[in-house]
Design a protein around this ligand. Structure first.
Ligand code: TYM
Length: 342
């Protein structure tokens, strides 16, 4: 089987650990909607098993998972077109992850920057799950034989490891069973930065709420956060080169471009020469126009949680039609005796 014989299939995931923000929207959700519009199977996942690699309050985790599902739908994911799932409802993810725990090497995991950042100096006290996190992520992707994985820039290293795991599995067992997945990191907002510090990634774990725009922020809050965003005293340049060494300016222009579906060049052709006192209200208006309908729809969907739970249950049934045979075959390749009919 050659690599090209894998049916094109898109998979991606988001952690339901609260505070879905503009970085998740522009770097991931909005791209997921674009992929859904193409003629390809798309599978999107709330990765609750990944979320518990660090402590999650059980009630909050349930709420965040449903809220994330509402966020997917409000952003434009149609659960009829795409398969929308909660990771723990599709057990083949965790089952394949165990095999990958036995394929991946300790040294690979130790080199992961996310592990180093999150475990920090207190690695002895981090969970084993946090260390094995990338093997579960590889399983998420490869249990569908997914070929395309749209993500933000921060996931690049994990996707390289997914490839390494696929290559080692194929090599060790002398098969060409898992595809070498392509990371898809594209668009103007693959790395949305903090509104308070243009050198730091916008993140749900930043203690300053003013550093990010949350998907549940109302219009006033969004406008206020953009007004207060850190900038420099210069006007916007009319060429991209003029944004070098101006991380905060670059970030706001990137955000504008991604929200407006424009290139950075197009934004600068329009806004070059303007001061931030003029550009920020333009950006705030655009952000509110694009985000408010999503926020409102999310709140509406959250009023009917039974419907959200049914969507996830239906998604899991559809997903398992794909994952069960792939897992069965992987078990067979590894040498596990399958149960016979009795
Ligand atoms: P997570 O939950 O941290 O983020 C979800 C998605 O949002 C993107 N993202 C950003 N993009 C641009 N700018 C930012 N500031 C920003 N912050 C977050 C992330 O790149 C990601 O695409 N390990 C993954 C979840 C995962 C996964 C998978 C992804 C588990 N299994 C399989 C793809 C395929 C994570 O923690 O994403």
């Amino acid at each position: 089987m050659s690599e090209t014989s894998f049916t094109p299939r898109v998979f991606s995931g988001i952690q339901p650990s609260g505070n879905l923000h503009l970085g998740n929207y522009l770097g991931a959700l909005k791209r997921f909607v674009d992929w859904q519009a193409k003629d390809m199977e798309t599978i999107y996942c709330m990765v609750d098993l990944h979320a518990i690699t660090v402590w999650q309050d059980p009630a909050d985790l349930k709420k965040s998972t449903r809220e994330l599902c509402a966020g997917f739908i409000a952003a434009g994911i149609d659960p009829e077109k795409s398969i929308l799932i909660n990771q723990s409802q599709v057990p083949e993810h965790a089952q394949l992850a165990w095999i990958f725990n036995c394929v991946a090497r300790m040294g690979w995991m130790q080199r992961m920057t996310q592990w180093k950042d999150k475990a920090g100096k207190n690695a002895q006290n981090a969970s084993l799950g946090l260390f094995a996190y990338p093997a579960l992520m590889a399983a998420d992707i490869l249990v569908y034989h997914a070929t395309h994985v749209p993500v933000g820039e921060d996931q690049k290293q994990h996707l390289e490891l997914t490839r390494d795991i696929a290559i080692k599995f194929n090599h060790d067992y002398g098969v060409n069973f898992f595809p070498e997945t392509e990371p898809v990191i594209e668009g103007a907002a693959t790395r949305v930065m903090s509104l308070r510090d243009g050198t730091k990634k916008m993140s749900k774990s930043d203690p300053s709420d003013a550093s990010r725009i949350n998907l549940i922020d109302d219009a006033d809050t969004i406008a206020k956060k953009i007004r207060k965003a850190k900038t420099d005293p210069e006007a916007l340049p009319s060429e991209v080169e003029g944004l070098e060494a101006r991380p905060e300016a670059r970030n706001l222009v990137n955000i504008y471009a991604a929200l407006a579906d424009m290139t950075v060049e197009q934004v600068l052709a329009e806004a070059g020469g303007r001061q931030f006192s003029e550009f920020k209200p333009m950006l705030a208006d655009l952000a509110v126009a694009k985000m408010s309908p999503i926020t409102t729809e999310m709140a509406r969907l959250m009023e009917n949680q039974d419907e959200i739970d049914k969507i996830l249950a239906r998604g899991a049934l559809r997903a398992r039609e794909i994952t069960a045979p792939i897992l069965r075959k992987a078990y067979d390749i590894v040498g596990m005796v399958a149960p016979v009919e009795i």
